[in-house]
Unconditional design. Structure first.
Length: 400
């Protein structure tokens, strides 16, 4: 479907918007996608064409709509959106959003680096408000990192965007080693545990960065074994990749697509011949992203996952070219490292229909009520605390 923005919207007349759907539509725009990826704002692995091919074939239960924005006969943006039914307040609502799945930690759109992002979003938003083929109540952009191209279009939208988390990363600095920015105390503890592990088991630790195509199949099988050995396996929550054929097919598909170019890797930590920890990594530009991690819980006291991560950082720091190690998310255990933190945002926009306005009112009312309850709880805690404070003393315990 092709459409032009209605007359009178002068700032949007330059754009023509085309929509394609599903895996067939994705295959039809592959050449356009790959050209735009090479010229887009801060692209990451979750903007690769192969990434969308894989999640469409193996993870998602419903099809993605791809909105292509053209200016002067050149594609300047591709925005993937998926329609979800969302149950809230006793009613079912239609949410048009970036694709969603438990294994999709971050998402983004492709926007040409020479194109101002804000007019692109304004054109798409206006188009979605006026078209009649997709019925939606809320337009949702969750899990958008600050460096993503889409963030440049969303952040100026005051009242619609809020920070919902952060992702952790470390970039190489030619002026100083990684030890200079990371927690000295934590690194010292990792070194201590590494020595303790080798001494108590009388075997040496070995780090392997497996990125050669001939290494990947065996390394991938080892990762699946390690990940399934702990709480993610059959004895725990059974959320490991190997327990779900679709998940395993997704990551294996990525291995096949990115392995030949050296952009897919499995990091392994071995004690002798025994694997203790593993990481699934994919590279975009200069950054290695840790998509999945796992460790053998029998060795949890030695923090094998932390040892593996530090060895990987050291390996990257020894290379002459720029580098980045990115955790993708901001897990609690990463706080001990003192990594750089990149804000992650969530943006919500409501349709101007009656249903859209009702959903907006419902969610804002819940937020206000939540804030009021929190305020009352805080006041109650403060009141209880003041009743138990010693009279006539400061915080340091000296008489006033």
């Amino acid at each position: 479907m092709t459409a032009r923005i209605p007359q009178g919207k002068d700032r949007l007349l330059m754009f023509e918007i085309t929509r394609v759907r599903g895996i067939e539509g994705l295959e039809a725009i592959r050449a356009t996608w790959e050209v735009l990826y090479g010229a887009s704002l801060n692209p990451s692995f979750y903007s690769y064409w192969y990434w969308y091919e894989s999640i469409s074939r193996h993870l998602l239960d419903s099809e993605i709509d791809y909105f292509l924005l053209h200016r002067q006969q050149r594609c300047v943006a591709i925005v993937p959106l998926q329609l979800h039914a969302w149950r809230k307040g006793g009613h079912s609502w239609q949410v048009l959003r970036l694709p969603s799945h438990d294994h999709l930690e971050m998402m983004d759109a492709l926007i040409h680096r020479d194109q101002a992002p804000l007019p692109v979003f304004a054109a798409l938003h206006d188009y979605l408000l006026h078209q009649r083929e997709l019925s939606w109540d809320m337009l949702l952009f969750p899990k958008v990192r600050a460096r993503a191209g889409l963030a440049s279009a969303l952040l100026p939208q005051e009242g619609h965007v809020r920070q919902c988390g952060h992702s952790c990363y470390l970039q190489g600095n030619p002026q100083q080693p990684p030890e200079a920015t990371l927690s000295h105390k934590h690194l010292k503890n990792i070194s201590r545990l590494q020595r303790k592990l080798e001494t108590e088991h009388q075997q040496s630790l070995h780090f392997h960065h497996c990125s050669e195509p001939q290494q990947l199949e065996a390394a991938f099988a080892t990762f699946l074994q390690v990940e399934a050995s702990g709480w993610k396996g059959e004895q725990g929550e059974n959320t490991c990749i190997s327990a779900h054929p679709r998940y395993q097919a997704h990551y294996h598909h990525l291995l096949q697509c990115f392995g030949p170019s050296g952009d897919f890797a499995v990091n392994l930590l071995l004690l002798g011949e025994q694997p203790l920890a593993a990481q699934l990594c994919i590279r975009a530009g200069q950054a290695w992203h840790l998509m999945k991690i796992g460790y053998d819980e029998a060795f949890q006291a030695y923090a094998p996952g932390n040892i593996l991560l530090w060895l990987f950082i050291q390996q990257q720091a020894a290379q002459p070219q720029p580098w980045e190690v990115n955790l993708v998310t901001g897990p609690g255990w990463a706080e001990r490292w003192h990594f750089n933190e990149e804000p992650v945002y969530r943006a919500e926009f409501f349709n101007t229909t009656l249903r859209g306005r009702l959903l907006s009112t419902l969610l804002k009312g819940k937020e206000l009520l939540k804030g009021q309850i929190k305020g009352e709880r805080d006041d109650s805690i403060a009141s209880a605390t003041s009743k138990h404070q010693p009279q006539g003393r400061t915080e340091k315990g000296t008489a006033q």
